[in-house]
Structures are given as structure tokens and as C-alpha cells.
Design a protein around this ligand. Structure first.
Ligand code: BES
Ligand code: MN
Ligand code: ZN
Length: 505
């Protein structure tokens, strides 16, 4: 890779990959107390206490532990491993999402230790594979840290996780662990990319990272540089890039399944490596600092591809990462400029900070040219999505019940919450322009909807779902499967959608 001289030698934008290579997660009949540093036990708020806890509920309550979901109690023992009780609430309400949270709470309570084991007396309504997958995801996602740029890492990396799941079929549980390793590794990789400083992860470096991942995880990667983008007529991506000293990149990803494909899914990701707003410069508020994450959509799409082969995805999946930063300069695109998208649609730029939709439009046109059966796009697109739904819930819009329903199903499985907003076509006229086919700016209200309506113009009749992750790309604190910083939101949704994708639903 070509490196900026200011970037330290050996720096990699995806440190979590090295870590996931060294963590082993195993399903066991008995936890190995002689080698583990911490032993956790899931405790529901009803029923018998698990055997081996020499305390009653009253004593636990006196210590402030009531087995509520997400809570833990650390009990020091004279010698041998530390004991951590992990609350899961009423057993009747426990499912795989609760187990993921419990895995996360346990891993956080054990943060100072590398070798941990968890006893799971009951998985509630979850079957063995789903339970093991969720527990694995919870532990690995909770212990994620982006610390490669610290001279001394403060946190202990996970080395070994043992799971003793009572009553579970061992081979199904082991298969669930493998799925969890693949999905957590992918989500952590998306986090790495989004946490990476914008000077370290330029569009060019992003493309190089994609090439390396393609070789390693078995998918094809084609990189389009500025000259090739000009040939393709990608006027949106090129327009946004105009003010930048860095070249843009479009990265095309392609996964071919082993057997006869069950369909062809297209994924398009917004890859604004840094969003300054351009000439419509953002005010200098704390939000500015988060704009290195404006490529979170592209990061999720790229990360998704790293899991497809491991999960045996049966459909063909193509991806388009639309990568550039958005900078003000003497050469920057201006308000009033008209950009021509691939395919010829002209767009009047009324605000250079509404750049995401411009970069995305070319990718959507290309996905349609490839004849995909459905498009799912993911983008940190609007402040409006953050304002209306906050940091836990992403906005979901689209034109097709089947694809929308599939994204909702996936989101409920992965516990990455989505909420539907209407694609209200009566707002479409807000995107009319006096001089071009479209304006890139709607009115002052319903910003997430008007942004989606803009994309809808390029989607046409293709079944489509759009995830606006502007709110969910980042977390202010460690909580459940989220770690402070970039969340990798949407990666596990996309994996779940892609894994079972079939043309026509
Ligand atoms: N990247 C931003 C959206 C964003 C805001 C992401 C906050 C994460 C947190 C996007 O490019 C943007 O600037 N959108 C504008 C659009 C407006 C000018 C129509 C917005 O939402 O304010
Ligand atoms: Mn912007
Ligand atoms: Zn943006």
C-alpha cells in the first residue's frame, strides 16, 4: 500500500481482524476452571438459582443484584477464577437478543481478563445454534476496541471464550459459534473502518483494504479510479470529489455462490470518508468530529462481503462503495452547479452538504444496469434520521413490501433496530429544480423522506430498501452489543438479508 509519510509504519485500518484471528470460542461440556480467569453464570430473575452459587436471592439482592438484564455481580473467590453472575431477567422473556446482551455484559464485566467461560443453564426460547451465535456476538462485539493509535493499549484482548450451554445440541451450538465469529468479525471490521481517522483512511486506502479483504474472504473486487469514473460518467461521485485533494474511488464487490444462485442482490453504500459539508460548510459543532464516520454505510457493505462465504450465502451479491471525501476548496463543486448522473439525469446542487445522495445515485444506476433483483442501500444520509429516531433506531424506507419486510425480519434477529418512515410521494415535488431534472435539496421538513425520494428516482421499479444510519452509526457509550464509537450498525442486518436472499422473495 502507498502510505502517507505522516502515518505510522505498520498501521492497518482494520486492527480488529488480527484480534479475531487470535480469539477462540469453544462449546464445552465442562468449563475448564484450571485455565479460565473468569467464570460467568447466567441467572434469571425467576426459578431456582443455578447450582454452585452458595448464596440465596436475598443475599444477592442485598449486594444490589436482582438478575435484571444487562446487570452483573462480580464475586471474588480466594483462589481460582473470579465468579460473575449475569442477569437475564425472567426466563420466559429470554431469547437470542437477551443472550447477546448477556454475553456482552459478561465480557465487559470480565474486561481485565483474556480467558473467560460462561455457563448457560437455559437459553430460554432460543435454540442451540441461535443461542451460541448470539452469545459469541455479544462477547466479541462488547470487547471491541479501536486502540491501534494508542501507544499503549489499555484493554486486554479476548483470548479464549468457553460456553457451557446446558441441554444444547453440541454440534448445533458449535455451528452457531462459527456464525457468530463471522458476523462479529464483520461488524468489528466495519467499526474499525468507521473509527479510522479520515487522514488514515482515504478513498484510495479504502479501495486497497477492499482488495486485500476480497483475496482473503473470497469475493471479487474491482476498483474504479477518477479516470475510469469519468469514463463511466459518474458525475455525482465526481462532483462531490471536486474540492478534494484526494482521488475518489468506486469499489465494486462481487460474491459468487458455490451452487446455482438463488437471486442477485445489490448493496450500495455511502462512502463519504469525511464530510465537511463542502462549500455549505458544516458549523463547527461536536457533530463535525463524527463525520469521519460518514462512510459507515460503505464500511457495512464491505464488511458484509467478508462473511458471505463463511455463511454459505446462496445468492449472487454485488456491492458498490461510493468513496470520496466532501471538501471545500477553490475547485469544489458549488451551489447552483448541475451534475449529470450516470444515465443522464441532471441534478442541481442546492446544498453541497447533501452530498451523500449525489455519490449514491451513480451506484444505484450501476446496480440497476447489472440487473439486480433487489437493491438495499445503506447510508449515513440525514441529520433528520438522527433527530427523529435517535441513536438506537435506524430509518427504513423503500418501495417494496417484500424487501422491506425482509430487512425488518433481519433487524429483529440481529437486534439492530429499524423503524419505517413513509416514502410519501407527495413530497417529491420538493425536489423539482428550475434548471435540472432534480434538485439535491428538499424542503425543511421530513429530510429523511425527501433524501430517500431522491434515491428513489434512480432506483425506478427495482424492489428496494434504504437504511438511513446517520443516527445509529455511532454510540456515546458502551451498552449492550454497542461499543463506544462506531457501531458497525447494519452490517449484521445486511449479512442476514444477503444470506437467505431469493429473487422475488
Ligand atoms: N452526513 C450527513 C448526515 C449526518 C448527520 C450523518 C449527522 C450523521 C450525523 C449528510 O451528508 C448531511 O450533511 N445531510 C444534511 C442534508 C441537508 C443539507 C439536506 C442534513 O441532514 O443536514
Ligand atoms: Mn453532508
Ligand atoms: Zn454526509
Amino acid at each position: 500500500m502507498t502510505r502517507d509519510p505522516l502515518i505510522p509504519d505498520g498501521f492497518t485500518p482494520i486492527p480488529s481482524l488480527d484480534r479475531s484471528d487470535t480469539v477462540s470460542v469453544a462449546v464445552v461440556d465442562e468449563l475448564d476452571e484450571s485455565s479460565l480467569e473468569v467464570i460467568g453464570v447466567l441467572v434469571s430473575s425467576d426459578g431456582e438459582l443455578p447450582a454452585g452459587i452458595d448464596l440465596d436471592r436475598e443475599a444477592l439482592a442485598r449486594s444490589g443484584f436482582e438478575s435484571k438484564p444487562g446487570t452483573t455481580l462480580v464475586l471474588p473467590y480466594g483462589s481460582g477464577p473470579l465468579l460473575v453472575l449475569v442477569g437475564v431477567g425472567p426466563l420466559a422473556e429470554l431469547g437470542s437478543n437477551g443472550l447477546r446482551d448477556a454475553g456482552a455484559a459478561f465480557a465487559r464485566a470480565s474486561a481485565k481478563f483474556a480467558r473467560i467461560g460462561l455457563r448457560v443453564p437455559s437459553t430460554g426460547s432460543a435454540e442451540a445454534a441461535g443461542a451460541a451465535q448470539a452469545l459469541t456476538e455479544g462477547a466479541l462485539l462488547a470487547r471491541y476496541r479501536f486502540d491501534t493509535l494508542k501507544r499503549e493499549a489499555k484493554d486486554v484482548a479476548l483470548g479464549r471464550v468457553e460456553l457451557r450451554i446446558d441441554g444444547a445440541d453440541a454440534s448445533q451450538a458449535a455451528a452457531g459459534v462459527e456464525l457468530g465469529l463471522a458476523t462479529a468479525r464483520a461488524a468489528n471490521l466495519a467499526r474499525d473502518l468507521a473509527n479510522c481517522p479520515p487522514g488514515h483512511l482515504t478513498a484510495t486506502v479504502m479501495a486497497e483494504v477492499a482488495v486485500g479483504l476480497g483475496e482473503r474472504f473470497g469475493f471479487d473486487v474491482e476498483v474504479f479510479d477518477k479516470r475510469q469514473l469519468i469514463e463511466l460518467g459518474c458525475g455525482g461521485l465526481l462532483g462531490v470529489n471536486q474540492g478534494s485533494a484526494e482521488e475518489p474511488r468506486m469499489v465494486k464487490l462481487h460474491y459468487t455462490p458455490d451452487g446455482e444462485p438463488t437471486g442477485h442482490l445489490g448493496l450500495v453504500g455511502k462512502g463519504i470518508m469525511y464530510d465537511s459539508g463542502g462549500i455549505s460548510l458544516k458549523p463547527s459543532d461536536p457533530m463535525h468530529l463524527l463525520m469521519k464516520m460518514d462512510m459507515g454505510g460503505a464500511a457495512s457493505v464491505l464488511a458484509t462481503f467478508t462473511a458471505l462465504r463463511a455463511l454459505g450465502a446462496t445468492a449472487t451479491v454485488s456491492g458498490w462503495l461510493m468513496c470520496t471525501d466532501n471538501m471545500p476548496s477553490g475547485s469544489a463543486y458549488k451551489l447552483g452547479d448541475v451534475l449529470t448522473a450516470r444515465g443522464g439525469t441532471t441534478v442541481e446542487v442546492k446544498n453541497t452538504d447533501a452530498e451523500g445522495r449525489l455519490a449514491m445515485m451513480d451506484g444505484i444506476v450501476l446496480a440497476n444496469e447489472d440487473g439486480v433483483d433487489a437493491i438495499v442501500d445503506i447510508a449515513t444520509l440525514t441529520g433528520s434520521a438522527l433527530m427523529s429516531l435517535g441513536q438506537i433506531t435506524a430509518a427504513l424506507l423503500g418501495n417494496d413490501e417484500t424487501v422491506l419486510g425482509e430487512v425488518e425480519r433481519a433487524a429483529s434477529v440481529t437486534d439492530e433496530q429499524v423503524w419505517r418512515l413513509p416514502l410519501e410521494r407527495r413530497y417529491r415535488k420538493q425536489l423539482d429544480s428550475d434548471v435540472a431534472d432534480l434538485s439535491n435539496l428538499g424542503g425543511p421538513y421530513a429530510g429523511a423522506t425527501t433524501a430517500a425520494l431522491f434515491l428513489d428516482h434512480f432506483v425506478g421499479d427495482t424492489p428496494w430498501a434504504h437504511l438511513d444510519i446517520a443516527g445509529t452509526m455511532q454510540s456515546d457509550s458502551d451498552e449492550s452489543w454497542r461499543s463506544k464509537g462506531a457501531t458497525g450498525f447494519g452490517t449484521r442486518i445486511l449479512i442476514e438479508v444477503a444470506r437467505g436472499f431469493r429473487a422475488g422473495g
